[in-house]
Ligand binder design. Sequence first.
Ligand code: GDG
Length: 476
Amino acid sequence: MPQADLVVVANRLPVDRIEGPDGEPQWRRSPGGLVTALEQVMQNIDGAWVGWGGKPDLDVEPFDLDGTLLVPVPLSRSDLRDYYEGFSNGTIWPLYHDVIATPEFKRSWWDAYVRVNRRFAEAAAEHVAEGGFVWVQDYQLQLVPQMLRELRPDVIIGYFHHIPFPAYALFQQLPWRRQVLEGLLGADVVGFQRVADAGNFQRSIRRLLSYPTKGDTIRVPTADDSHRLVVSKAYPISIDAKQFIELAQDPQVLARAKELREQVGSDKVLLGVDRLDYTKGIRHRLKAYGELLHDGRIKGHDATLVNVASPSRPGVEAYQDLRDEIEMTVARINGDYSTVENTAIRYLHQGFPREEMVALYLAADVMLITALRDGMNLVAKEYVAVRGDNTGVLVLSEFAGAADELGSALLINPHDIDGMKDAIMRALEMPPAEQARRMRTMRRKVLENDVEKWGALFLADVERIRAFRAGEEQAS
Ligand code: GDG
């Protein structure tokens, strides 16, 4: 079995299994954000990617795709129910997003999480070369670093956490809190989106495990009465800004943006783009917008809200309930305030190709990011990247990680509905000079701190650890 110097471990492989023209199954690259982010990093390295193939009970051999070895991890229907929909998305996701929804603590879900994490760790251990680097991605796989370290002490392990890490007072609720911290501490570098997330993680380590922390490092005791140093700090993730800028200059995309604008017809276009998830504050956004219509501050032809809610986690009950609630609210607002000529909210429960997303970003005067809690929020950065003429206004929740870098947006607290209404009005009325000043500052940040830089910063710390370890080995 070939072994790779870099192995990415993520819940999903970066491909979808589809039926080819001859009826035979084929793999097609899936266009997700993580894929684009890591594509850059993996380009020049002999890499492998361990992940689930996207269909239950799919048990196929590793295969090569454009120079990357893809290693499918089989998951049965019950694994998916208990490990993925259960512990990952019914326990960790709500707990780590400040219990916006109530997390459920089920022992059978935890058992499945342990079992499936071990399967991922074993697959990574099998495919990584001597002294190689394994980069574990996200909250579904928090136990993999420690499990992998036990199997392969020779490799360097990184872990990146894409979602928030909660305050100690919330994390404390987790019945398996110590096991999760020990699992993460199997890594050499533990990366977070915000400085505050790394701070929360270190506080939990001090309170629950009593390991000392200093600056970005944690001293983890080892079996031989010595210790290892673990780096834990913020590496804010970003987008492939060049790719978005190129798409925004594509004549077809520009024509489509113009067409969308004309079809919508109103004076101003407001846009929301999220996975349909309770963390994104879609209900709060609709409430604020509905009240602006009710108060008469926005009238008939003044504006339209285009709201893309891409389908997400349909197997989890909280998401089914959320969808019902949002769709009822949209229907009510449209019933009350649309006219024959103008629709108040254009609601789209669909996924679109990236070109269409960029055309929507170009057509929108105001982008509304109203997350109640969000690790980063790449949509905010995508909107900023494509606004090459420095027009447009970003209304951005303080609770999204992106707010740390994009302080020139109109920052809002989405729980404060009156504040959000005022910010929306200010955005709709903002003079072009102020739009340009704010957008220019934000674009500079996004273009400088792109995903390539994110990868480079993380890998630089990995190399630091590698050098430190080599020095220690020589000394002993
Ligand atoms: C998690 C964290 C963190 C959405 N709908 C369509 C579509 N998208 C694309 C967007 C964007 C991505 O999906 C969504 O990324 P976000 O960052 O906004 O949010 P999550 O999915 O919750 O991601 C988040 C992220 O991981 C990365 O670390 O920022 O905080 O929750 O790229 O454009 N893309 C296309 N069609 C759609 O309909 N093509």
